[in-house]
Design a protein around this ligand. Structure first.
Ligand code: GRF
Length: 220
């Protein structure tokens, strides 16, 4: 059973998926503390409803990012957190957090990294003309969305997509792969080798299985 600390800044739909998977007995983890850096977000209501300890630590009360992160670290450690999960956490984390939890901070990003790091991702994906988009769970390092990749899911981009429709399609996959990444960690299957995260003893994904738009008459 892995002790999680979840950091959020918003709606918390990824948090909800993790809670649902824990409650269904599919995920060998428990949330020891959920921290929001923003007051009054919906994630706080979700935590309350499921009896998950939660609190607000506002970054606005700290002049330096490092001091804010120090408070976060102290709080996580006080709750005996092993793995830190950034679930829609809209703050850049500093080395203060990363040193306290080396390769034990996971983030979800709504793109197939290393393409489309940063923010405003869905519009950028639509505008770029890519035929596939997706999401990535990765360990956090000192860069922005640059850490070792644990798992990715792919979705097609359609001609009539907007940022909103693409966001919704990707979010559905986020809700699956975040829990999967945490479960792989819980099972001790994640082996980090340089930039690569290997999932030992886990089934391989099938060979190429998506073409967009589909190659209908050549599909033999
Ligand atoms: C998701 O798009 C995630 O990829 C990004 O922030 C959003 C969080 O959504 N990091 P939610 O708060 O989990 O609903």
């Amino acid at each position: 059973m892995v002790n999680l600390g979840v950091l959020v800044s918003g709606s918390g739909s990824n948090l909800q998926a993790i809670i649902d998977n824990m409650e269904a007995g599919r995920l060998d983890a428990r949330i020891k503390i959920m921290i929001s850096n923003v007051p009054d977000v919906f994630a706080l209501e979700r935590a309350k409803k499921h009896n998950i300890p939660s609190l607000v630590i506002s970054h606005k009360e700290y002049k330096k990012r490092e001091d804010f992160d120090q408070k976060i670290v102290e709080t996580l450690q006080a709750h005996r957190v092993e793995l830190v999960v950034l679930a829609g956490y809209m703050r850049v984390v500093t080395s203060v957090l990363l040193r306290a939890f080396p390769m034990r901070v996971m983030n979800i990003h709504p793109a197939l990294l290393p393409s489309f790091p940063g923010t405003h991702v869905w519009q950028a994906e639509v505008d770029s003309g890519v035929k596939f988009a997706g999401c990535t769970v990765h360990f956090v390092d000192e860069g922005t969305d640059t850490g070792p990749i644990i798992i990715q899911a792919v979705v097609p981009v359609y001609d009539d997509d907007t940022a909103e429709t693409l966001n919704a399609r990707i979010l559905k996959q986020e809700h699956k792969i975040f829990s999967q990444a945490i479960q792989l960690y819980a099972e001790g299957r994640l082996k980090i080798q340089g930039r690569r995260v290997l999932t030992e003893g886990f089934p391989k994904a099938p060979d190429a299985f998506m073409i967009n738009p589909p190659a209908k008459i050549f599909d033999r």
